[in-house]
Ligand binder design. Structure first.
Ligand code: AMP
Ligand code: ZN
Length: 467
């Protein structure tokens, strides 16, 4: 079955067909973090969503090139660098490192390329020069370079591809220098911001004078450098639709005259306990806050993946508690299957795979996909209870689960590492043998086997190995 996705540009669900004539290679760009603070769980909803899209495309045998930038120069960063009296690399480096740690904790695959804005100043300048040469950008009296919406539209450019804009209210030549602005102020936006007194040491030389790039042009320059002038997928949270993505389209198509992106995917926002996250409401969580409360990255990932990406999701601590129970049900089933299947190779059970992929093909209907997972767990448990599974069936179910978990990414993360309580059992067995209590030692060995683990001799002594 073909994958269908909601394309913000088309305002409808469309069949996904990459630009590659062989229908194999897919270029995907997701706007990355602005490294001015620790990413909060709202941000993580969007990055986990991007990870799901990439993993599912790979499941469908596409060859994905996943690019995610690091916004390491932007208005908020400049402000914080000034307030904290640090240097730009010192300040952003700390939050970038934290971001990658969190990415790993949430078991997100590392994008294939992770360009930093500050390392692409020459490409950004070249793009701005192109826009000036085409008469779509101009340098204003304040020294900054702006994108002219009027000139772009006059030349046939379509501004407002992602959302309806009211051009009646547009006052030609009105400018915004801020990176973020409301859609009521459709105005020329900054491509290059001339050096101001608040910028400190953060500026670069350019043909337009000293200054720094605007946020939107960074993504146009980096995405097209790596993925080409036209590519397949561009993702981000819904707040990026305007102005960020609309401006990216205008800059890119204005400079190249070619269509920029085929499919625009936007994830809906995350609320916490029914409200917008805010520090003053006490409902503002980073991943670290949740880990400090004793939750795991795996539980957070599971919860973030339970709702459809286009629905606003209400994150609650009770929901996170529920994630523990749900994961335990899956784990128990998988552990029993492992114990029975041992290392038997098998063809993945196609019923389970088909139910799962039919759900995700339908605009990534993840709730239906979880429905298929829990239905599978119920079926397996029933079989264990009533009509014992045979080894081949268990192996085939397990093979299907492995494939499915290559998309969900919530499996027992390090499969070779036994849970702590099993290591404790191994120690108990060691002690029992030492005390010559061989009956107890054998009992423990059987107990471990039933849980899917064998005892193996290694140069470092005995250790547990998964069956
Ligand atoms: P930023 O680091 O602010 O550039 O944001 C990184 C990503 O997180 C962007 O794609 C945003 O759209 C997304 N984002 C920000 N707030 C939320 C939220 N509350 N829920 C979901 N995504 C969000
Ligand atoms: Zn971007």
């Amino acid at each position: 079955m073909a994958l269908k996705l909601f394309n913000t540009r088309a305002r409808s669900v469309q069949e996904f067909a990459p630009l590659d004539p062989a229908q194999k290679r897919v270029g995907m760009y997701c706007c990355g973090p602005t490294v001015y603070d620790f990413a909060h769980i709202g941000n993580w909803r969007t990055f986990v969503f991007a990870d799901l899209v990439r993993r599912y495309l790979e499941f469908k045998n596409f060859q994905v090139k996943h690019v995610m930038n690091i916004t390491d120069i932007e208005d908020k960063i400049i402000r914080r660098v000034r307030e904290t009296e640090t240097t730009l690399p010192e300040f952003t480096g700390k939050f970038e490192a934290a971001f990658f740690e969190d990415l790993k904790t949430l078991n997100c695959l590392l994008p294939h390329e992770i360009p930093r804005a500050t390392e692409h100043i020459p490409e950004i300048i070249t793009l701005i020069e192109k826009l000036i040469a085409r008469g779509i950008a101009y340098q204003a009296a304040d020294g900054s370079v702006y994108f002219s919406i009027e000139k772009y539209r006059g030349g046939g450019g379509n501004y407002g591809q992602l959302l309806k804009l009211n051009f009646e209210e547009m006052r030609v030549g009105e400018r915004v220098k801020n990176d973020e602005y409301a859609k009521e102020s459709i105005a020329d936006f900054a491509l290059w911001k001339s050096r101001g007194p608040d910028d400190g040491d953060t500026f670069w030389p350019s043909p337009f004078g000293e200054g720094r790039p605007g946020w939107h042009i960074e993504c146009s320059a980096m995405s097209m450098k790596i993925l080409g002038t036209s590519f397949d997928l561009h993702l981000g949270g819904e707040d990026l639709i305007f102005p960020h993505h609309e401006d990216e389209i205008a800059q890119s198509e204005g400079a190249t005259g070619k269509p920029f992106v085929k499919y625009w995917l936007h994830g809906a926002h995350l609320l916490v306990e029914g409200k917008k996250m805010s520090k003053s409401l006490g409902n503002y969580f980073t991943l670290r806050d949740l880990l400090a409360k004793g939750f795991t990255g795996r539980e957070v990932r599971y919860l973030l993946l339970t709702a459809h990406y286009r629905e606003t999701f209400n994150f609650t601590l009770d929901g996170l508690q529920g994630a523990k129970t749900a994961l335990a049900r899956i784990d128990e089933c998988v552990i029993r299957l492992r114990a029975l299947a041992g290392g038997t190779a098998a063809v993945p059970n196609s019923d389970f795979l088909n139910a799962f992929s039919a759900a995700l093909d339908n605009d990534l209907n993840v709730s239906a996909a979880w429905g298929a997972v829990f239905e599978w767990v119920r079926k397996i448990n029933r079989k264990f209870a009533e009509d014992p599974l045979i080894v081949a069936e268990a192996a085939s179910a397990l093979a299907a689960w492995k494939k499915i978990d290559s998309v969900l990414g919530i499996g027992l993360i390090d499969e070779s590492e036994p849970p702590a309580e099993l290591n404790q059992l191994l120690l108990d067995r060691f002690r029992a043998r030492h005390e010559k209590n061989f009956k107890r030692a054998d009992q423990i060995r059987d107990e471990l086997k039933a849980k899917g683990w064998a005892i193996e001799d290694s140069p470092k002594g005995q250790r547990l190995k998964q069956l």
